[in-house]
Design a protein around this ligand. Sequence first.
Ligand SMILES: NC(=O)c1ccc[n+]([C@@H]2O[C@H](COP(=O)([O-])OP(=O)(O)OC[C@H]3O[C@@H](n4cnc5c(N)ncnc54)[C@H](O)[C@@H]3O)[C@@H](O)[C@H]2O)c1
Length: 269
Amino acid sequence: MTQEIFDLSNKTIILTGSAGRLGSNFAEILADAGANLVLIDINEEANKKLEKRITKKFKIKCISSSANITVKNELLELSKVIIKKFGRIDGVVNNAFYNPRTNIEQSAMKFEDYSLDLWNDVVSVNLTGVFLCSQIFGKIMAKQKVGGSIVNISSIYGINGADQRIYGNSKLNSPPSYAATKGAVVNFTKYLAAFWNRKNIRVNTMTLGGVEDKSYMNKKFIKKYSEKTMIGRMAKNNEYNGALLFLLSNASSYMTGGNLILDGGWSSW
Ligand SMILES: NC(=O)c1ccc[n+]([C@@H]2O[C@H](COP(=O)([O-])OP(=O)(O)OC[C@H]3O[C@@H](n4cnc5c(N)ncnc54)[C@H](O)[C@@H]3O)[C@@H](O)[C@H]2O)c1
């Protein structure tokens, strides 16, 4: 019974941002649950490697695409390929996000100096990309009449303000566009859940806390961040896998319009 409610055998799940840190973990758990996968990421090389690894390791069908989620035509073309290969769509995970941190000077992250170009770039991926993928793939799901699940990935910075005291010289300050787009995703989720309630499509947000990554986070930042959580540490790469499986499978059949918060208690005190 336990296996049955989490089973995704023969379901087609679309995952955006698949080549990223969390995306590649999500791909593994979904493949392990039996889902056929469509991996979307503009990082073509890393995404192709992931496709190869998944196809070798699991007995599922998997394709990768370098479609840009901000470009409607690329997604429309991809949707034709998906229907030809898989015949249906059962789930969408809107996980991709634009992370400008690596490309720009930290001083430019300050709200007073934050550029309109950067704001628009982030909105375009984090919000418009979620809108486009939900519209194009969700429309197909709505027509199928067999139901489905859409999961939108948000962040604690979408539900709370970023505490500026923890950053110091870590160069990890969270930009205003991140807060605005991740907050918008929470209510966009509710809109869609209500709109498609009679189409048997469940739509939920998964709100995540920070994941530890020593390759770019200094010790001081990790300590300060950890102290803000009840559990006393940042998350590990694979600690959101179970929740995603829950939201995409029958295990969450009575949940829609909701926001599953996994933040080590960060937002609860
Ligand atoms: N890592 C964290 O600490 C953390 C915390 C809270 C929430 N989240 C959320 O989790 C999700 C995944 O985060 P991550 O840390 O794995 O990020 P990541 O930067 O490792 O991965 C994001 C992926 O999205 C892809 N991408 C960017 N723009 C794209 C576009 N236009 N079209 C297609 N693909 C595009 C990138 O190439 C990248 O592989 C994000 O939505 C993020 O907001 C992450």
